[in-house]
Design a protein around this ligand. Sequence first.
Ligand code: SF4
Length: 459
Amino acid sequence: MLLRHTPTELSERNALTINPAKTCQPIGAMYAALGIHNCLPHSHGSQGCCAYHRSALTRHYNDPIMATTSSFSEGASVFGGQANLIEAFVNIFSLYNPDVIAVNTTCLSEVIGDDMVQIIKKAYDEKKIPEGKIVIHANTPSFTGSHVTGYANMAAAMVKYFAKKTGRKNGRTTLIPTFIEPSDMSEIKHIAEELGVKYIMYPDVADVVNGPMDGKFHMYPKGGCRKEWIEASGDSDSAIAIGRFGAEPAAKLLDTQCKTPYQNADVPIGITTTDAFVDTLRKAAGVSVPESLRVERGRLVDVLCDMNQYLYGKKVSLMGDPDILISMTQFCRDAGMEVLHVLTGTPSGKMKFAEQIRKICGEKTIVKVGLQMDLFLFHQLILADKPDLIMGNTYCKYICRDLDIPLLRIGFPIYDRIGQSYVPITGYRGGLHLLLKILSIFMDRQDRDAAEENVELIM
Ligand code: SF4
């Protein structure tokens, strides 16, 4: 009912965001940190921040997310969080014994101006960090950027703290994925393995936030990239940033720090972007494409051709994270769909998000990007030009319900359905899953809305 008050005419808003199309930086940083084996993410701020970060991830993955907090009170808020953080290191290593603590800052510690490099050095100097244990950190002020920025910052911190160049190349290709699902990370590894590429991948949350139930509690699940491999990425032949927004800062730093050249690739979703990714990886590693990948590709092409009549000309509106949106937009165009709106709350910076989207689908598509982009604006755009399908996170469901538009849940967060962490959308196989989901939505609609005499038994 509340949505009925959304006006259709757009007005300039500079100081008000209503239901932002993003979430806070530390959530992304925490997620990336879980992609290191035996790592405990630590939120340097108040308990409330950490509770929110953990609950957002726990609700999305339906698995308990482990993380600790510096537990700021009034004292830390006034005098700084150094004492809390150093005490936290002592407690965490003695109680939970991780190999790595990955600290992310929060709005409060950033406003205070806690010098993380100095605090961590002091903790090492005072032997508060046991021999062989490591503390890394990323600055993640949430009043700027989004969860994708936080993820990118923590991935870059992994390079900064771990990657070492010994001068002996190890013949590997380093893969740095953006903020995607663990199922999608597994699918990217599957492609690399089918190609016979020797790779190092981090952050890698596969088998961390989607691990199996075996009746036991695992504080540190078996997945995650081992720190030795992150170190070895400094000797890899080359690197690929899979999704510029979430992965390029880490790849760029690897290049600067260890002289490992990198290339950008879009997140492989569907035909065009997976073809491009396979080609980039093939060339980087000097391998050829096996029959098995051609078969996977062929299946996706087959369904796209067979079912084109259900997709062609369908109008879609998308909101979410930029790396996923670029590839999803390409996926929609490959399937003959018309993209009406694309909206993200992650700022574009120099990455020219709007230009990239318009290159894929032309000038007619309305592209909105930046920190102030919100679901209120998305709703207004949709009221003005109603799509056949909305693709976005759980928060879109209110608009969909109000306007009777089906919702394909993609991106983060998804709180009201499960499956995204188990079933990929990347690669040819993931593209097929995605396509089948979209087809079911349109065909179910057709069955529901057709006049009785037009209902088709065989579609
Ligand atoms: S205060 Fe900042 S870091 Fe903490 S939950 Fe809010 S936005 Fe996130």
